[in-house]
Write a protein that binds this ligand. Structure first.
Ligand code: AKG
Ligand code: FE2
Length: 317
């Protein structure tokens, strides 16, 4: 166990040459995802230095004047790249906007490859020197970490180990740098992030060290998810839950407002939403349908599912 109610696993076990250690990782993460849908993971590919460098650049970006940040709003792409201003996104089923602003880094892909995928270009911040470079590097290291996690899950699901590889390589993943600014007036109904499930296959969160993130258990109670310095918090998103007929659980989570004495402090967090290519078929896997668990979800592609959800959270009008 990590510091909180979230099980801890170590990717070094999966990467080791010892088949028993590898299998131990597969069993541990599989069991955690069948139960709580979250793990804290050590042994990933992000160095402490990279995490610190990205966070300091992200803090510098959010300290820029609002007019400067607003120059990086890209209309017409549902906030998929660049800056999204405070209060624009709300959790599915809510109308009140979350108390956050965020930046999206997207897939880094050659122009040649992109002819096939047609992703919007990444947006370059001019005012903060290391912002683009560290964003790109973190994106790649998180993607690499996620590929191994999905290999372990493929084995757990008794699929080919590399089942997810060609679905997530060149996938539509997003690295989101979030700033929850200081709270200056009574927030009434608004929270930093309303209760939600993530849209994507898996989410890798770097820097969930401070309090704020909470995960809902089956009995409805909330537990704090606080990682140790060298841990990523990794959870199942709705796409993977659908594909596995809810055998792997996309667990509802939220970011609560701090107590009043701490209203003056910001929260920063950087989740990596690992998405497949948009033509991935998310139809329920045959081997996840049983008599006790009949097929629960309609067939849909990842691209159509994403569009539907971006509408529901207010990013596509
Ligand atoms: O700020 C956090 O720690 C988590 C944010 C989150 O859950 C999300 O953006 O989906
Ligand atoms: Fe989330």
């Amino acid at each position: 166990m990590s510091q909180t109610g979230i099980p801890s696993v170590n990717l070094a076990d999966f990467l080791s040459e010892d088949p028993a250690r590898k299998q131990k990782f597969v069993n541990e993460i599989g069991k955690a995802y069948e139960e709580i849908g979250f793990v804290a993971l050590k042994g990933h590919f992000l160095s402490e230095e990279l995490v610190e460098n990205l966070y300091s650049n992200v803090r510098e970006f959010y300290a820029l004047p609002t007019e400067t940040k607003n120059n990086y709003i890209i209309e017409g792409i549902g906030g998929q790249r660049g800056y999204t201003a405070f209060g624009n996104e709300h959790a599915k089923g809510r109308t009140v906007g979350d108390l956050k602003e965020f930046w999206h880094f997207g897939q880094y892909i050659s122009a040649e490859d992109n002819a096939k995928y047609n992703y919007p270009a990444n947006v370059e911040v001019k005012e903060v020197e290391g912002f683009n470079k560290y964003g790109e590097e973190a994106y790649k290291q998180l993607e690499k970490t996620g590929i191994y996690v999905l290999r372990a899950l493929a084995l757990f699901l008794e699929l080919d180990e590399f089942y997810f590889d060609n679905k997530v390589i060149n996938g539509n993943s997003i690295l989101r740098a979030i700033h929850y600014p200081p709270i200056t007036e009574e927030p009434k109904d608004a929270v930093r992030a309303g209760a939600h499930g993530d849209i994507n296959l898996i989410t890798l969160l770097m820097g969930a060290q401070g309090r704020g993130l909470q995960v809902q258990k089956h009995d409805g109670t909330w537990v704090d998810a606080i990682a140790e310095d060298d841990e990523l918090v990794i959870n199942v998103g709705d796409m993977l839950s659908r594909h596995t007929n809810n055998r792997l659980k996309s667990t509802i989570h939220q970011v609560v407002n701090p107590e009043k004495e701490l209203w003056g402090t910001s929260r920063y967090s950087i989740p990596f939403f690992m998405h497949p290519v948009s033509d991935m078929d998310l139809s329920v896997l045959e081997n996840c349908i049983t008599e006790e668990n009949p097929k629960q979800f309609e067939d849909i592609t990842a691209g159509d599912f994403l569009t539907q959800r971006l509408r529901e959270i207010g990013l596509i009008k």
